[in-house]
Design a protein around this ligand. Structure first.
Ligand SMILES: Cc1cc2nc3c(=O)[nH]c(=O)nc-3n(C[C@H](O)[C@H](O)[C@H](O)COP(=O)(O)O)c2cc1C
Length: 183
């Protein structure tokens, strides 16, 4: 089985909701096992065994959250042995504003994956519009962006963002499967 791990931080539950939908989409692909993992409960052996790792963090102060950055720093032990080299990587972020400087967080995740010698998977989903039910309404192609109102994570991010998250997870899983077959 090809293994895709979604590792995330979420301070207030919104990014966790997105992560759940990413994992749901990733698990839709036959032959792929999707694992959802919080940075508060890390399983380093599971990460080491992954074929693809999807990183997810809220955007706080125009940056990945401090808790996610701590995880990034803690991976330096993996970096020393280049343990994640040639795994696929992808990233997502959720924030309160439509922009909110989310692109910075995506670029941080992309650079982080590069430090590990991972291969970044982009997200070529065309936006269907800019409404709450539309997919990729924020129009990001270098990763997944979602936006949450200041309400319960039960109701926000909206349905279109959740569907986009599932399509994103599915997209990464399909690439991981292809990458593993090629090996
Ligand atoms: C410390 C802090 C900093 C934030 N900075 C930003 C920001 O730079 N841009 C933005 O759009 N939203 C910002 N927000 C809003 C969060 O991104 C938003 O509430 C998000 O849904 C939180 O995700 P979470 O529930 O997974 O923690 C910030 C929130 C907090 C608590």
């Amino acid at each position: 089985m090809t293994r895709v791990v979604v590792v995330y931080h979420s301070g207030y539950g919104h990014t966790e909701q997105v992560a759940r939908h990413v994992a749901l989409g990733a698990a839709e692909v036959a032959g792929v096992t999707a694992v959802l993992m919080s940075v508060a409960d890390l399983d380093w052996d599971c990460l080491d065994a992954a074929d693809a790792i999807i990183f997810g963090a809220p955007t706080y102060m125009g940056s990945v959250s401090a808790a996610f950055k701590q995880f990034m720093d803690d991976t330096s032990r993996v970096w020393f042995r280049q343990g994640w080299q040639d795994k696929l990587a992808a990233g997502f972020t959720n924030s309160g504003a439509l922009s909110g400087d989310k692109q910075v967080a995506i670029q941080q995740l992309q650079t982080f994956a590069g430090q590990h010698g991972m291969l970044w998977v982009n997200f070529p989903l065309q936006p269907s519009g800019t409404g709450p039910d539309d997919v990729n309404r924020l129009g990001c192609n270098s990763g997944l962006m979602t936006q949450a109102e200041n309400e319960s994570p039960e109701v926000t991010p909206p349905a279109g963002d959740r569907r986009t998250a599932e399509l994103f997870g599915r997209h990464v899983s399909e690439r991981a499967l292809r990458w593993c077959r090629g090996a």
